[in-house]
Ligand binder design. Sequence first.
Ligand code: TYD
Length: 212
Amino acid sequence: MVDKRKGTFIVFEGIDGTGKSTQIDRLADVLRLLGHEVIETREPTEGIYGRQIRALYQNRHMVSVDEELDLFIKDRRDHIDNLIIPSLAAAKIVLCDRYYLSTAAYQGAAGCNPDEIIARHDFAPEPDLAIIIEVDPRTCITRITEKRGDLLNDFEQLESLKKVDSIFKQMDLPYIERIDGSASEEQVHQQVVRLIDRLLPHLTLSDTPEPL
Ligand code: TYD
């Protein structure tokens, strides 16, 4: 499907436990308050391939790294065709929790070449902005285990998270912006708002009244 973009495509990236989904929810609230149509979405999706990926969380070694990479790419193709491109064509603001930079970082950490992974995404619309939220991997692990009470899944072990983090740090693409996710939720939100203000100055987000 051809990308006839009228909307805006913003993706959030970072290792597990950086607070992406909280920040996406807060940004979506502000944008909706200003009257914009916002689509909040995430990868892996709830589609057939996304469900297969979730089944792998508990035991990654059920498939090879290449098969795992193929699953993430198939999931993304469906997501792009069924939701991302139609939403952008309808002038909506799409906020996506993880996109192909996650594949480059995570499957890169698992042994694939991150640049080749990005090159395999020539079918995928480029984001207008990719916000990488940076938090020290140890802090992320503490957040995941203590605050969420979650058991770590196979994608989230400390050593592999450190590798993923270092690949995210090496990425250098014109649409990437980095923010410090170790600050308070409110401070991180303000950093996000500043980036969106720069991307979409006509929205004047920083003037938004507090919700009642
Ligand atoms: P996550 O954002 O934690 O999803 P959920 O909150 O629905 O569980 O993503 C799940 C895991 O999948 C996460 O550890 C990162 C990993 N992942 C990849 O390895 N490659 C990818 O391309 C994507 C999108 C995610």
